[in-house]
Design a protein around this ligand. Structure first.
Ligand code: ADP
Ligand code: MG
Length: 716
């Protein structure tokens, strides 16, 4: 592979150093490894192809033929959907094609080229026609016949026809043939996991003889992608465990026992289990690095507090970092309530003990208060610190930071986690880190995205929740039903949230739209109700005041921008109305919905959408995200759907780019393969921590991960 990576694509006879090489470069293909890992996006099975004359109406068929004519949309102002028409012919007959709303087809399709067309045969004005078929340009009509034709990704901007790629790949594979392509994977592993050889797999993916061959090839190459990622993650985790000394916390202490005994409810089974998992990490000399996943309302706060109290019990401190000040404030208030009356030993006091001291450190704390808190953190009188990333500023020194909880991981960078870990000063001991997220991701995806963390799952909600009925409202009539439900609930003494359209480009516009919503609702549908407004541009004090009024029941309807997404807990609120719901992602909608259904009254969630006005569009109006939310209230199920709809790319934020090496592997479809790759990575790293005996594998890690990815993956 290293040798192939050193060979520029221009060395291929079929490419050369000119324009063609430039076009390859625009696709990110500059050398032969990049070429061989530029995988087809589809494979066309020529054995299934039908002569046009035999293609029956109403049946899906694959037709391969030459383009005879292509006609673009007529010039002038557009009326209705754009239309591109074309004719394709084979030895048996002709077929007309029509593409709606795909104006680029006029440029893409060139008369004289060979195309594969897949779709359902219909009839239009007495002529056989296919509307919006799948179409792939294969190349020249005299292309070498093969049973299965690989089709490569196309771009509207770059002229790199599929057959050009195919020829370059053919040439490369032919030139590799005499020497063979070496395989970095030990024979024993290959056999046990039933994986074909690397060289065979590269042939199978680009020029398969059969579909079984292609599938086996994909399997092998996808495994390689997953293995590389897992190797890096496992190596990093092991290195971290090896190089850092943690605190051996003493578990089973009095403080945690009293805390649990004083709760007004029983722990759920899942809370018990997860607290157990965390405590065994805390007791071990290796620093904890654990992810806690739990749906909204699963009771993560309690678990976090238990973990921090283990530290406090042993004379250490706990810290909780939240992504926003509002959330930090709410955590502080909630945690103070939870810890109310709980005492810790303190020799400096008269009766030898004092209340557990919880402090909130945010940028809005006064200078004087801040000095006081900082002093308390430094001398250990503050037991639990809660704040935003202000907590990891250099000026903040802890007496002995034992447990760090990071809430809402997806907004926290790895660097920030690392910085917080560095805050541990206890003789160089590294604090234990618990990362909490309310955005569940599927287990195998978690293995990859958070592969360097251990994972705990709170998969059981506290009892006594009433299920939330979710409905979608599309169009003015449906919306009337929404507001009448709101009025009825308010009349019954309940409260309501209305979430305003999300306007990502501008907070200012978002605020304006929220103000407009308040004005509209109070003068029309919700006249006479007490309506409050909450948005992100208000001062913390104003926000708090609005929230207080709502909590006390002095406001019936709270109109808010997405600032209420996190943390708000008002059991009497039973209706959640989300306007322009189709602008939100699944996870966000699910979070928002989790704001209701927290009390004993039945709750409703309305997802309001506006029907699109282009009635002539061929694509039916349906939103799979909305449908998924209507169907299910299970965060893990929704996470699966989300993954399915958006693909894995979106799971990974900027600093997780290293995982974007996944071209063939799918975290969703290849769950077993992810598992297999993880086990294999463990096996390899456990016997060869630095990959000293697996030089080729080690080389590939550097080859396939870009320097910045590698830096990210290998550091911390
Ligand atoms: P999360 O942070 O996972 O969204 P919270 O920790 O905010 O959830 O808990 C949600 C609500 O459930 C809180 O009001 C909390 O007091 C309550 N709660 C937590 N654990 C239990 C339990 N075991 N039984 C009953 N209620 C619980
Ligand atoms: Mg919470």
């Amino acid at each position: 592979m290293a040798e192939l990576a050193a060979k520029p694509i221009s060395e291929l006879k079929s490419v050369g150093a000119g324009k063609r090489a430039e076009n390859f470069a625009k696709f990110g293909i500059t050398n032969l490894v990049e070429l061989l890992t530029h995988y087809p996006r589809r494979w066309i099975d020529r054995t299934r192809e039908a002569p046009i004359a035999d293609a029956a109406e109403g049946v899906d068929v694959l037709v391969i033929g030459e383009l005879r004519s292509v006609n673009g949309p007529p010039p002038g102002p557009r009326r209705g959907p754009s239309r591109v028409t074309a004719t394709v012919a084979d030895d048996s007959g002709r077929l007309s094609l029509v593409f709606f709303n795909q104006p680029y087809r006029a440029k893409q399709l060139k008369v004289g080229s060979l195309v594969a067309v897949f779709g359902r045969i219909g009839r239009f004005n007495g002529v056989k026609q296919m509307a919006n078929p799948t179409i792939d340009v294969l190349g020249d009509p005299d292309e070498r016949p093969r049973p299965i034709v690989a089709v490569y990704p196309q771009s509207e901007k770059v002229d790199l026809p599929s057959w050009t790629v195919l020829r370059a790949v053919d040439e490369t594979l032919a030139r590799c043939k005499p020497r063979g392509i070496s395989d970095p994977l030990p024979e024993s592993i290959r056999e046990r996991c039933s994986l074909m050889g690397r060289g065979d797999a590269l042939v199978g993916i680009h020029a398969p003889e059969t579909f079984a061959h292609k599938e086996a090839a994909r399997h092998r190459l996808a495994f390689d992608e997953l293995l590389r990622v897992q190797l890096v993650l496992v190596m990093r985790k092991r290195a971290f465990e090896r190089d850092s000394v943690g605190i051996r916390h003493v578990i089973g202490g009095e403080l945690v026992r009293r805390f649990h005994a004083g709760l007004p409810y029983e722990l759920t089974g899942a809370q018990r289990r997860v607290i157990g998992e965390i405590e065994s990490d805390l007791a071990s000399p290796t620093p904890m690095h654990r992810l806690l996943q739990g749906d909204v309302g699963a009771g993560k706060t309690l678990v976090a507090v238990s973990a921090m109290l283990v530290a406090v019990q042993g004379g250490h401190q706990g810290a909780l970092m939240a992504p926003t000040e509002v959330l930090a404030e709410q955590h502080a208030a909630g945690i103070r309530r939870l810890l109310d009356g709980l005492r810790v030993p303190d020799e400096d006091t008269l009766d030898g003990e004092r209340d557990v001291r919880v402090e909130l450190l945010t940028s809005s704390v006064t200078a004087e208060k801040r000095r006081d808190i900082l002093a308390g953190l430094a001398d250990g009188k503050v037991d639990i610190a809660i704040g935003t990333h202000a907590l990891i500023q250099d000026t903040v020194a802890f007496h002995s930071l034992g447990v760090v909880v990071v809430d809402e991981q997806h907004r926290f960078g790895v660097e920030q986690r690392a910085a917080l870990r560095a805050k541990g000063v206890d003789g160089g001991a590294v604090p234990d880190v618990l990362v909490m997220t309310a955005t569940p991701i599927p287990r195998t995806a978690a293995m990859t995205v958070y592969g360097d963390l251990d994972v705990s799952v709170l998969d059981e909600k506290p009892p006594g929740r009433t299920p939330i009925v979710t409905r979608s409202a599309d169009g003015p009539e449906a919306e009337e039903e929404v507001w009448s439900d709101v009025r009825a609930q308010v009349a019954a003494g309940r409260q309501v949230y209305v979430v305003c359209p999300l306007i990502e480009e501008s907070e200012k516009l978002e605020v304006a739209s929220a103000e407009e919503t308040v004005a509209r609702l109070s003068s029309t549908e919700l006249t006479g109700l007490r309506i409050g407004l909450l948005h992100g541009r208000m001062s913390s004090a104003d926000k708090e005041a609005v929230m207080d009024r709502f909590r006390r029941g002095d406001t019936d309807v709270l109109v808010a921008t997405t600032v209420i997404e996190v943390g708000v807990d008002v059991p009497n609120a039973t209706v959640m109305v989300i306007l322009d719901a189709d602008r939100f992602g699944i996870a966000q909608l699910h979070q928002l919905r989790g704001r209701v259904g927290r009390g004993r009254h039945a709750s409703n969630c309305w997802l309001v959408t506006t029907p699109s006005d282009s009635a002539d569009e061929l694509i039916p109006d349906s939103n799979p995200r909305i449908d998924a939310l209507v169907e299910s209230d299970d965060g893990f199920y929704l996470a699966e759907v989300d993954l399915e709809l958006r693909g894995e790319g979106t799971l990974m934020n900027k600093d997780q780019k290293g995982r974007s090496d996944l071209k063939l592997a799918s975290l969703r479809r290849d769950r077993e393969l992810v598992q297999l790759a993880r086990e294999t990575a463990h096996e390899i790293v456990d016997s060869d921590p630095e990959l000293a005996d697996n030089e080729e594998l080690r080389q590939e890690l550097t080859l396939f991960l870009r320097p910045e990815d590698e830096e990210f993956l290998f550091k911390s």
